[in-house]
Ligand binder design. Structure first.
Ligand code: CAA
Length: 379
């Protein structure tokens, strides 16, 4: 076992860090305030450095990053801003179903424009009454000749309204639960595809989250991914791949908060000494450093298993739950160390605390992750 990154991984990690430092971190507070994904300002720059559509393989114009490198990049982008990492992560999440189940033609048609034109993708799974319980979804896709007709509504869709392609999950066989769900790609501009309410969120406000509504949306059968009925397992496989990235986001946000708290503790003088000399603060900083290190190791383990084509469902759920719980604690403690300044919007730590919260919720709540882990270990 070698804990060192190889030269390519280290070079891409450094590139992502310097990009986040120059192009993301300085503007993160303004984007958070504006509650808008800065597509025009940021996307072309991310496309130029190749960090826009991390999941796209080389044969379709992408960087072909392995899972480890993709998580390293995600950690750095999230260090810059959790909302931006969510939007970039949304491109990958929307791409994975196409990558896993799409034909070569489907992959080339839908994914190449992400890399070459800065197009965006979204993953449309969640519904108002089907969050954790995916198989209870009520969006339908009815086959009529050479088309599917989609009706229903999805909610909390990252990149909603911005995406050029939506990987949509709908039931093609009502009453059969998870076995009747299918995945279909819907392109922006298709008649009947409507963008509903934009969420006003606590954190990750530099990302767009909207409802997506389907009113008699007709798409050609060529847009079906895999076979009818493959959709539930495809969604689960997609989430297996993407949960380590959510964990990497959490490590990035926690690291940002920890570094700021560490520097502050060394400079802030109370009772005649820097507060870093007090054991109460030292123990908090030590716990933060320990949590970040262990979470990153779990992320890299899950990503390595994926890269080695070994089973990783358990490790994926473990790193997602562990890292995001850790990030919530670390960012909350960072606010505590900065005290009143930590609570003020003049300092960035309150934003990181707000950004961390969603990571315990999206891509499967941490209660669902524990269910997945328990199911695996009790089998
Ligand atoms: N890989 C492959 N197959 C899998 C699988 C996996 N990881 N997990 C389950 N399956 C298979 C099972 O083996 C089973 O197959 P058979 O029917 O052939 O036996 C089938 O799928 C059904 O599995 P379960 O009975 O376990 O399914 P369930 O209905 O009990 O649900 C669940 C399990 C873990 C709760 C699942 O519904 C789940 O993960 N829920 C959370 C959903 C989620 O993460 N949503 C996030 C949305 S995306 C988002 O948040 C991003 C954003 O943009 C905001």
């Amino acid at each position: 076992m070698d804990f060192r990154l190889n030269e390519d991984q280290e070079a891409i990690r450094r590139l992502a860090h310097s990009f986040a430092e120059k192009e993301i971190r300085p503007y993160a507070a303004d984007w958070d305030e504006a509650e808008k994904f800065p597509r025009e300002e940021l996307a072309p720059k991310l496309v130029e450095v190749g960090l826009w559509a991390l999941a796209v393989p080389e044969e379709h114009g992408g960087m072909d990053l392995d899972a480890v490198t993709s998580c390293l990049v995600t950690e750095e982008i999230a260090w810059g801003c959790g909302g931006i990492a969510t939007s970039v992560g949304g491109n990958s999440l929307g791409s994975y179903p196409i990558l896993i189940a799409g034909t070569f033609e489907q992959r080339d048609r839908f994914l190449r424009p992400l890399v070459e034109q800065g197009n965006m993708a979204a993953f449309a799974l969640t519904e108002p009454n089907a969050g954790s319980d995916v198989s209870s979804m009520s969006t339908t896709a009815r086959r009529e000749g050479d088309e599917y007709v989609i009706n229903g509504a999805k909610c909390f869709i990252t990149n909603g309204g911005l995406a050029d392609i939506y990987s949509v999950f709908a039931t093609t066989d009502r009453g059969t639960g998870s076995k009747g769900i299918s995945a279909i790609v819907v392109e922006k501009g298709t008649p009947g595809l409507k963008i509903g309410k934009k969420e006003k969120k606590m954190g990750i406000r530099a990302s767009n989250t909207t409802e997506v509504i389907f009113e008699d949306v007709r798409v050609p059968v060529e847009n079906l991914l895999g076979q009818e009925g493959d959709g539930f397992k495809l969604a689960m496989k997609t989430l297996d791949i993407s949960r380590p990235s959510v964990a990497a986001q959490a490590v990035g946000v926690a690291r940002a908060a920890y570094e700021t708290a560490l520097n502050y503790a060394k400079e802030r003088v109370q009772f005649g000494k820097p507060i870093a000399t007090f054991q109460a603060i030292q123990f908090m900083l030590a716990d933060m450093a320990m949590g970040i290190e262990t979470a990153r190791l779990l992320v890299l383990k899950a990503a390595t298993l994926k890269d080695q084509k070994l089973p990783y469902t358990t490790e994926s759920a473990m790193c997602k739950a562990y890292a995001t719980d850790m990030a919530m604690k670390v960012t909350t403690d960072a606010v505590q160390i900065l005290g009143g300044y930590g609570y003020s919007r003049e300092y960035p730590v309150e934003k990181w605390m707000r950004d961390a919260k969603i990571m315990q919720i999206y891509e499967g709540t941490n209660q669902i992750q524990r269910l997945v882990i328990a199911n695996q270990i009790l089998r």
